[in-house]
Design a protein around this ligand. Structure first.
Ligand SMILES: [Zn+2]
Length: 88
């Protein structure tokens, strides 16, 4: 199954370049979920369990740094950067 980023204007697909990570939405944290939804600017849209947002919308500091573990883990309160409107 091809994973793609749901952010408005973002064309990232899973596997492209290999440096992009995909994150599911924080359904267990409604306040954070709302911030994500505001940032990706998609009207009348509800994320599903399979919806993913790519790592380009997060800052490096939003990831937990776990030595010896190459898997990127988002901090629970990571907030999407407001970069979506900069996409050409
Ligand atoms: Zn994206």
């Amino acid at each position: 199954m091809v994973q793609y980023c749901v952010a408005y204007g973002c064309k990232n697909l899973h596997g492209k370049g290999g440096s992009i990570h995909f994150h599911s939405f924080p359904f267990k944290r409604p306040e954070i979920l709302q911030l994500w939804l505001t940032a990706i600017r998609r009207d009348n849209w509800t994320p599903s369990r399979t919806s993913r947002l790519c790592s380009e919308h997060f800052k490096e500091t939003d990831y937990l740094n776990r030595p010896g573990d190459s898997k990127k883990i988002l901090k629970f309160d990571a907030v999407v950067k407001n970069t979506v409107n900069e996409v050409k």
